[in-house]
Design a protein around this ligand. Structure first.
Ligand code: E4P
Length: 217
C-alpha cells in the first residue's frame, strides 16, 4: 500500500518525505485555503513546490463544476508538472470530464466518493484513483472501512485498474484497516501516519535496553 500525505502544508510534507515512506500528496481546496494560499499564481506555484519536494503523484483539485471549465482548469493543472493528477469531484460533469482526461492522457483522482456505485462510475471513466472518504462516512454513523472492502471486491471481480485511494483518514487504525481491506493507497494527515510508530511496549523496551547498555559501555 502506498502512503500519500493529505495536506498542503510544506513542513509536514517535508517531514513525511524525510521519513522515507512518502509516495505522493493529495490536496483539496480546503487544505490549500488553510495554508493561506491566495490567487491563481500562488496556487500554481504551491503545487509546483510540492511536486519538487515529493517524487510521486500530487493531486490538484479543480475548483469548477461544469464540464468545459473542469477540462480547461485540469489541463492547466496538468501542465504544472508531470506528477500532477487532476482531482475531479464525483458529479455528472465530473464523470464526463474524467473520461475526457482519460482519453487525453491526463491522470485523474475521483474525489468525494461515498458509495460503491460511485466507485464503479469512476473506474468506468478511467480514473487512475478513486477516493472513498472513510472518516466522513464514520462521522455519519456508517462504517467507512466497509466501503474499502466492497470496492476492493468489485474491482477484483470486474478487473478494474483504478487504484483505491482511501481518504479522509482520522486515525492510525484507519490506516491499518485500509491496508487490511486492500486499499492500494492511503492518504493521511501527518499525525495518524506518525501514530503508526507508537507502542508503549516499544518505549518501555527501549528504555530498558538503553539502561542496560550503560552497564557495558
Ligand atoms: C482526499 O483526498 C481529501 O483531501 C481528504 O482526505 C478529505 O479528508 P477530510 O474528511 O479530513 O476533510
Amino acid at each position: 500500500m502506498k502512503f500519500f500525505i493529505d495536506t498542503a502544508n510544506l513542513d509536514q510534507i517535508k517531514e513525511a518525505h524525510d521519513l522515507g515512506i512518502l509516495d505522493g500528496v493529495t490536496t483539496n481546496p480546503s487544505l490549500m485555503a488553510k495554508e493561506g494560499i491566495k490567487g491563481h499564481d500562488a496556487v500554481m506555484n504551491h503545487y509546483k513546490t510540492i511536486c519538487e519536494i515529493v517524487d510521486g503523484d500530487v493531486s490538484a483539485e479543480v475548483t469548477t463544476t461544469d464540464f468545459k471549465s473542469m477540462v480547461e482548469e485540469g489541463q492547466k493543472l496538468a501542465k504544472i508538472h508531470n506528477n500532477i493528477v487532476v482531482k475531479v469531484p464525483m458529479i455528472h460533469d465530473g464523470v464526463k470530464a474524467m473520461k475526457w482526461f482519460t482519453d487525453n492522457g491526463i491522470p485523474t483522482n475521483c474525489t468525494l466518493v461515498f458509495s460503491a456505485g460511485q466507485a464503479i462510475l469512476a473506474a468506468k471513466a478511467g480514473a487512475k484513483y478513486v477516493s472513498p472518504f472513510i472518516g466522513r462516512i464514520d462521522d455519519s454513523c456508517w462504517e467507512g472501512i466497509d466501503l474499502i472492502y466492497q470496492i476492493r471486491q468489485i474491482y477484483n471481480v470486474q478487473g478494474y485498474d483504478t487504484q483505491i485511494l482511501a481518504a479522509s483518514i482520522r486515525n492510525s487504525n484507519h490506516i491499518v484497516k485500509c491496508a487490511e481491506g486492500g486499499a492500494d493507497v492511503v492518504t493521511s494527515p501527518l499525525e495518524p501516519m506518525l501514530g503508526l510508530l507508537k507502542h508503549p511496549l516499544t518505549d518501555i523496551g527501549l528504555a530498558k535496553f538503553m539502561d542496560d547498555a550503560k552497564k557495558f559501555a
